[in-house]
Each structure stands twice: as C-alpha cells, then as structure tokens.
Design a protein around this ligand. Structure first.
Ligand SMILES: [Fe+2]
Length: 187
C-alpha cells in the first residue's frame, strides 16, 4: 500500500468510491456509493455546513476494511466500521468531520432510547444491526453521549443516514463533493 498523506488522501478516497462504490450496502436497496452520496445530499439540502456534508459523505468509509490502513483498526477497542473510519480520517480531517462519523452508530442507539418515533424510521437492516450493536442506550450511556461536543452534528448525521437509502433518488456524483473534501484536509 502506498503511503497515505494529506496530499493524496482525497485521491485515495475518490478511488475507493469509483472502484468500489457499486458494491451493495448490506441488506439495503442502494449501493454503498448511492448511500453515502445521498446522505451527503440530505445534509446539503438541510443547509448543513461543509464539515457536516463531508462527514455524511464519508461516514461509512470504514466498511471498506481492506482499503484503509490496518492501524486504523488496531488503534481502537473494536473493529467496528464507524471507529475504523474515524481513526483513519482523524489524521487528515478536523474533529467536526471525524466525531459524527465515530458516533454514527452510537447516535442510532441514542435516538432509539430517547425519541419514541425514531425507531420507525429504521430500515429492516438497520434494526437488525441495532440489535448487534447493543440495542438502545441505557441512562448512563445517554448521559455520556450527550457530553459530546458535536452532539447536534452526530444526531443530524444519523437522520441523514436513515434517509439516504432511496434506490430511486437522483444525487450528485462524487466529483461534485470533491472540492468540499479538499477544502477540509488538514496540512
Ligand atoms: Fe450509513
């Protein structure tokens, strides 16, 4: 694997989208690229800032296990995709991008615990993974989660994540979002 730097990281990300975007998103009607591009589109339509749009676009990058360095997995306490993706991206992007990505599974567990109508939004596959991910948060977990500096961003991303699973929706290509990603890379 070539060495990843702040100069080539966006090329690498684009390459993953173009080469592997057509793969299916487990149990959903959309491909991985459709899902991530639609999630970004939802963020943009909601008037979100650039960091939130980029977080939405990249939130599932950790599903491409063998595309990101093994160290991104080794760094964390588990091998879960949200943590691996965040560990990879944190070298190159600010916390405003990385933190909502790291928390996007926790945000689902949080919302299932605190918002009675949220559970109904979940797709069948998302309900299935919720159970594997520990189910709704308990009181202690809820309090901890609410301490996050990016709490609102984490929650927003989760709603867009659920929304970005429509096989019939048109969405912009990766190239449309590329300048936004480039603008946030840390030097
Ligand atoms: Fe997702």
């Amino acid at each position: 694997m070539i060495e990843i730097t702040s100069k080539n990281v966006v090329d690498l990300i684009e390459d993953i989208f173009l080469r592997r975007g057509a793969e299916s998103y487990l149990g959903e009607q959309v491909t991985m690229a459709q899902h991530m591009l639609q999630t970004a589109q939802c963020a943009e339509k909601a008037g979100a800032d650039i960091a939130q749009i980029v977080a939405a676009l990249l939130h599932d990058i950790g599903h491409y296990k063998n595309e990101i360095p093994e160290s991104s997995f080794a760094k964390g306490v588990n091998n879960f995709h949200e943590e691996a993706g965040a560990n990879f991206l944190e070298e190159y992007f600010p916390a405003s991008v990385v933190e909502p990505i790291r928390q996007h599974v926790a945000a689902k567990r949080y919302l299932c615990a605190v918002k009675t109508d949220y559970f109904e939004r979940l797709s069948e596959a998302s309900v299935h993974t919720l159970n594997l991910q520990g189910g709704p948060m308990n009181e202690k977990e809820i309090k901890e989660f609410e301490n996050n500096d990016y709490l609102d961003h984490c929650i927003n991303l989760r709603y867009w994540d659920e929304e970005g699973k429509d096989p019939d929706r048109e969405h912009p290509p990766f190239s449309y979002y590329r300048p936004l990603i480039d603008s946030l890379v840390k030097n």
